[in-house]
Design a protein around this ligand. Structure first.
Ligand SMILES: [Zn+2]
Length: 332
């Protein structure tokens, strides 16, 4: 315990009280690489940073498994300074790196898994980043994407090139995006074997066996607003059924891919989740979950600070600001 811990706890009780005024901070993590990866964004959380986050969180917050925390939130029985931890997508480093750190503190987290990439699949953004990592040429001909000749001679230029490709392909129709990513892979690597980044079946089963929660995150990670409702239903239902078969229980909590309310999903998708048997869903809108939030659009928060004190202050500030207006219940 550091000298400021009692102060942080007292402030936490004020801004994140328990009971009927309970507030639940839900954290979102993605990859937890062993070291800072020069090709990933600057707000990444590597193993050391994640360990520092968990250490300070264990001192200043009451960490609950998300399903239990949500039941408490609804019943008005949350403890003060309540916090839950989630991971999106299903990266292998969640199992190899984050899990032992979580277990050191006795934390139970929730893992939202995209079933279409389990074992040897790669999400589109990772295909681009890994293509640039494996690229041995000093520049890439991307005229076919409208990006001309792009330098790729060092980590900085590779990262810049990957970001340009990502922003060009991110909102393409799903099939076109897949084709573009494959072409980038072929162009940059001359068809090398792809690395494995996602968890395998056994790792997901092990997470569930260790008391972690497996949540739904679609089969192929589409932006739901960009596909028709029938395709969305199929993708969400397939994911739920496959995860259910894998761990013996269909997930009850869902995370929207990309997750921005209105931009990435709409009220028709909220209705779809209810129809398919989900009980709760989380977005990526920043905020803190309260009893008055729509239980199918619970806001989360993505911490990236390296300094533990700054991290706690940012979490307390987030708890003070309340819920994102777009995730308030739809009363229309
Ligand atoms: Zn995702």
């Amino acid at each position: 315990m550091t000298a400021v811990t009692p102060l942080f706890r007292a402030a936490g009780r004020l801004v994140s009280p328990g009971g009927t005024k309970g507030k639940l901070t839900i954290l979102t993590y993605h990859r937890v690489p062993p070291d800072i990866d020069p090709l990933l964004s600057s707000d990444q959380v590597d193993a050391q940073k994640f360990a520092r986050h968990m250490a300070v969180i264990s001192e200043c917050f009451n960490v609950l498994p998300l399903p239990q925390a949500l039941e408490h939130l609804e019943r008005g029985t949350l403890p003060a300074r309540a916090l839950s931890i989630t991971f999106d997508d299903g990266y292998q480093d969640n199992y190899t790196i984050a899990l032992p750190i979580l277990q050191r503190h006795g934390f139970k987290a929730t893992f939202f898994v995209c079933s279409g990439y389990i074992n040897d699949g790669l999400m589109f953004n990772d295909i681009i980043v890994e293509a640039l990592r494996a690229c041995e040429s000093t520049e890439l001909d991307l005229n076919w994407l409208g990006l001309g000749q792009q330098p790729a001679h060092d980590m900085a230029s590779k990262r810049g090139c990957a970001q340009k490709i990502l922003s060009t392909v991110k909102y393409l129709p799903f099939k076109e995006r897949e084709q573009a990513c494959l072409r980038v892979w072929e162009t940059a690597t001359s068809g090398k074997a792809r690395p494995r980044l996602m968890m395998n079946d056994e790792q997901i089963r092990q997470l569930a066996a260790q008391g972690m929660t497996i949540g739904g995150h679609t089969h192929t990670h589409p932006i739901l607003n960009r596909i028709d409702l029938n395709s969305a239903r199929e993708d969400i239902a397939r994911n739920r059924q496959l995860l259910g078969a894998l761990v013996g229980q269909e997930p009850l909590i869902f995370a929207y891919p990309n997750g921005r309310p209105v931009h990435d999903y709409g009220h028709e998708h909220v209705a779809l989740l209810k129809e398919l048997g989900y009980r709760f869903a989380v977005s990526t809108a920043w905020g803190v979950a309260t009893k008055s939030c729509d239980r199918f659009q619970l806001p989360r928060f993505s911490p990236w600070d390296d300094n533990p004190k700054r991290l706690v202050l940012r979490l307390l500030k987030n708890a003070m600001t309340g819920q994102h207006p777009l995730t308030a219940p739809d009363l229309s």
